[in-house]
Design a protein. Structure first.
Length: 351
């Protein structure tokens, strides 16, 4: 029964008409919003107010806004969601051959403050963007999970998943080195301009990091909630925005392929065990696996510290975007962030 229902939902996704915002988002009309107007929606709003530190949230169904909360236009730090955005930028340059995912860090000339071990030099770009480099050099910008790292030099590149900011920061460096471009300029060219983002500000974007620890800087990004939702809608539509293929559909599929199953992920980094969500990992996107509810079939997320999130639910043609303004220093615990992503989709009445 579950498989049959999932099939029906997927057919709905294929056949359903999509709407795209112009400069301003379109609100769903009464009929379109009806499946989202119920007791669960009212309870969800109360949960956001009473139990979270979220400052802005949007739910978009078939390209139209069906639920919103807080300040949607405030520009603020999106933490590790930046990594998923960078993965989107990679696509064009992988497909035209500018970036070769099989190149090793030795071939790329990657070195660092404490040096790179011979075994680590074999790590490829593909290993790095899937968090499987096996390089456990200290990271110059916090936010990874290196407290779970094996001893340096003890694992072969590509054989062990670890969420490490060293990998992600080096992924940014490799992108710029190989393409001769700036990440933020590429966000503007590849994403902000084609998607007609309302709040993108190139001048707000700047790199950070402690180069005495690692020479590779992080590339923090500042977005509004409603512009984060545009990224989710682009992903939902396999990289197509209206009639323009902004990110190739084959690259979207490639990003979302499972490189690390939830079993391996939880074994290596057990922070999500017992959370109610089994996450796998692709190219810098978190993949929902082993789900029992058809609404979550094929779902995936960009996730960031304190409460930054873009989740795409293909089975119900829905995008969730939410954020917490970092300057307030009021973080949402990991379980709260997971609860929000679950409760948002559960509002949808599938009858």
């Amino acid at each position: 029964m579950r498989l049959f229902f999932t099939f029906l939902m997927c057919c709905s996704l294929t056949l359903g008409a999509q709407t795209f915002p112009d400069r301003v988002w379109h609100a769903a009309n009464e009929k379109e919003a009806q499946p989202w107007q119920n007791d669960k929606a009212r309870a969800f709003r109360e949960y956001l107010i009473d139990s979270t530190k979220i400052t802005g949230l949007m739910i978009v169904h078939k390209g139209k806004v069906v639920f919103d909360f807080g300040d949607l236009q405030e520009l603020s730090y999106i933490a590790s969601c930046r990594k998923s955005v960078l993965s989107m930028l990679y696509g064009q340059y992988v497909e035209d051959g500018t970036i070769d995912l099989s190149k090793t860090i030795k071939e790329l000339g990657i070195d660092d403050v404490e040096g790179i071990l011979p075994i680590e030099e074999k790590a490829t770009v593909k290993d790095i963007i899937s968090a499987r480099s096996g390089v456990y050099h200290p990271e110059g910008y916090p936010g990874g999970m290196q407290e779970y790292a094996p001893e340096r030099g003890s694992v072969e590149p590509g054989s062990h998943w670890l969420y490490s900011n060293w990998d992600f920061n080096v992924a940014g460096y490799i992108f710029e080195q190989e393409t001769g471009t700036n990440i933020y300029d590429e966000v503007e060219r590849q994403l902000a301009n084609p998607l007609h983002m309302q709040d993108w500000d190139r001048s707000a974007q700047h790199k950070q990091g402690n180069t005495s620890i690692s020479k590779y800087l992080a590339y923090p990004m500042w977005f509004s909630t409603r512009d984060m939702a545009r990224l989710g809608l682009l992903m939902l539509n396999k990289g197509k925005w209206k009639d323009v293929q902004v990110v190739s559909g084959s690259w979207v599929d490639e990003m979302l392929k499972t490189r690390t199953t939830h079993t391996e992920l939880n074994k290596n980094v057990p922070v999500f065990e017992g959370s109610g969500v089994n996450y796998g990992y692709g190219y810098m996107w978190w993949l929902w696996q082993d789900v029992d509810d058809a609404r979550f079939e094929g779902a995936y997320s960009a996730k960031g510290a304190m409460g930054q999130n873009i989740t795409v639910y293909p089975a119900i043609e829905t995008v969730l975007a939410f954020k917490t303004k970092a300057a307030y220093r009021r973080a949402n615990p990991s379980q709260v962030r997971i609860n929000v992503a679950k409760k948002a989709a559960e509002i949808f009445d599938m009858q």
